[in-house]
Design a binder for this molecule. Sequence first.
Ligand code: CTP
Length: 402
Amino acid sequence: MSKLKGKKILLAVCGSIAAYKSAILVRLLVKEEAIVKIIMTKEAGKFISPLSLSTLSKNPVHSELTLDHDSLWNNHVELGLWADAMLVAPASANTIAKFANGICDNLLSAVYLSARCPVIISPAMDEDMWKHGSTKKNIEALKQNGNIVLNVAHGELASGLIGEGRMMEPENILDYLSKHFIQSDSLSGKRILITAGGTHEAIDPVRFIGNHSSGKMGFALAEQAAKHGALVTLIHSNTSAPVPSNIKKLISVQSADDMYSAVMRNSKSADVIIMAAAVADFKVKKISAQKIKKSENSLTLELEKTKDILAELGKRKTKNQFLVGFALETNDEETNALQKLKAKNLDLIVMNSMNEKGAGFGFDTNKVTIIQRGGKKILLPLKLKSEIAHEILEIIIEKIHA
Ligand code: CTP
């Protein structure tokens, strides 16, 4: 059965010569029994007629924020909520710039801002525009906001030049969409517990010992897992990044002890557990009930070890549970990571290096090595944390379905 059968696709068409390919795309989607609704920008109407697209899709084409004849409001929120996926093909440099900067001056940009479904963008433009620094920046911003940006193809362009910038062929876009829906079901029904952020260990009512974790890596994993259809429980502590949407259960904690209790309460039923949080290894033995005064010249705090949550999960691990840890190392990275993998009874460990530019705490990018039980190792180049999350989940999916 087609993976697109019954899927609600909102196709947005921008002003580009590639707009003629939208007719083929709609035809292919309808053949696969997808339900297609279409938005066109005003400029798109100069390249392909709304009548062609409405006839092929068997649905009216939308282009104005108000409905043409009776001046009624065209409900962009409804359109954005209706779709299982929003596909922008062709996406012009102008629309990409609007999306990247939150500009909302037509129906398409309003729908984009209110869409909750995955947004897949297939750019089309001249090579110089594609390679311009502003476009590159905008594409990066779109990716960081969780959009999927498809590759452009190489070939003859509207300018007559040969180069990069052609819209991906409709057949390839269709392939991508089918894979996307296969993937979005790949963790369907699986319960995934993820921790994110850094714990705070109180010293007195106003002070704590903490770390620089922003929670971005754990959040990226939670967001991607939810996109793959998983039922995600996210336990987060002291994070500065925005909390992802689509999370089934969200628990906020402060200290390593709080995190230990929350994890143990929620771990039994989990199929996959990913400990991405930076949990403090030590806590203050005696927390002062009052603010500590600076009456003395020095202050000694006695610290004691916290419970190792991951090691405890490793002990309690059931036959069908898949356990993932992170390792942050500054020296003897691989030896230490492997040692943690074994000692904590993990199935997979993600090794972070503090020695790479653009990697580690607070960055949107990271450079990691993924090591599986048995020693299989994948070294990833510097990538967005969302991309790394995707790679980690791909391995987990393969393993739990094997
Ligand atoms: N971890 C945990 N509970 C702790 C400390 C760490 O669950 N009290 C988890 C982290 O979430 C991470 C993994 O253990 O997934 C490894 O954490 P890391 O700080 O790299 O190593 P530690 O085990 O704390 O060892 P060390 O600090 O000596 O390197």
